[in-house]
Design a protein around this ligand. Structure first.
Ligand code: SF4
Length: 307
């Protein structure tokens, strides 16, 4: 399985070329892409394709991941664990979350297996780094959840759809820049999710923030968590490379459309970053015309160094 590719790995030209090699007409590509956009990744379920073609697809391509667990919370949130099926990451596990609200359904995707940055408040940082996800592995998280919501719809009042995607799961999205940009392009084109409904969260990789703004200016969220370099060097180690002054310049240059803002994420750690002087520094750092602060209660995990 690890040597196999996913259909989602193919560009439209590559899919057309593969179909031509099999002697299939060009319109088969549109049929396959329509199934993929509906979250059907298993070729045997693509019932308007000839049986022979389905068998050929099955022999050559595999879904990029399979679900190994789903847990449902009382507030409607669904947490998914996936095992990667193809390529260099085969056998590794990642997580994604579906978060329902009355008027929207948000999928939070992982972009890496683990993370290199080791922010001490973050459980993912304790897992070490296992590798970058391919674009197909990011897209497949969204598609799997989209399909699951059709096959097992949530109870009212939740809207059983994927209307928003946030790149805030395992990993630092901007450290996997190309795959993240490719997956965003796919979501924009194939699922018709607008740029306003896609958010990339970063711990503050300044050069990539600039590149993201130039290439695909979706919503931006910053894992800030401290507004002085001394404290942020501890809580968000990437700050040692890209300190707050460099981050400030990148945020000021990031393109924002009308009525859009950058979100500054700030996890409250008791006695660490919630003292009066910390909040004063936060107020001084934030640009209230372009940025909104999101204060988040700390969610302890076993062995966490904070309460
Ligand atoms: S960069 Fe993000 S995922 Fe990585 S350790 Fe820090 S908070 Fe966690």
């Amino acid at each position: 399985m690890s040597g196999m590719r996913s259909l989602l790995d193919l560009t439209p030209d590559e899919l057309s070329a593969w179909l031509a090699e099999q002697g299939e007409p060009g319109y088969r590509a549109r049929q396959i892409e329509a199934w993929l956009a509906r979250g059907v990744l298993d070729p045997t379920a693509m019932t308007d394709l000839p049986k022979r073609l389905r068998a050929q697809l099955k022999a050559e391509f595999s879904p990029p991941l399979r679900r190994v667990a789903r847990s449902d919370a009382s507030d409607g949130v669904r947490k998914y664990a996936f095992e990667l099926q193809t390529g260099a990451n085969a056998g590794r596990r990642i997580e994604a979350v579906w978060i329902p609200e009355r008027d929207r359904g948000t999928v939070c995707v992982s972009t890496q297996v683990g993370c290199v940055y080791r922010c001490p408040f973050c459980h993912t940082g304790t897992l070490g780094f296992g590798g970058n996800l391919r674009a197909s592995e990011i897209i497949a998280q969204v598609l799997h959840i989209k399909r699951d919501l059709v096959e097992d719809p949530p109870e009212r009042p939740w809207r059983g759809e994927v209307t928003h995607v946030v790149f805030m799961g395992m990993g630092e999205p901007l450290a996997n820049f190309e795959a993240v940009c490719r997956s965003i392009a796919w979501l924009l084109e194939k699922l018709r999710i607008s740029r306003r409904r896609i958010t990339v969260s970063t711990s503050g990789l300044v050069p990539q923030i600039r590149r993201l703004g130039e290439r695909v200016p979706v919503n931006l969220a910053i894992s800030l968590h401290a507004a002085t370099d001394a404290l942020r060097n501890e809580l968000v180690p990437v700050n040692r490379t890209w300190p707050l002054a460099r981050l400030r310049a990148a945020l000021d240059a990031f393109p924002l459309g009308k009525q859009r803002h950058i979100t500054l994420e700030y996890v409250l750690l008791d006695g660490i970053n919630d003292r009066d002087e910390d909040i004063e520094a936060l107020i001084a750092f934030a640009n209230s015309e372009r940025e909104r602060v999101n204060l988040i209660p700390f969610n302890p995990w076993p062995g966490a160094p904070y309460a």
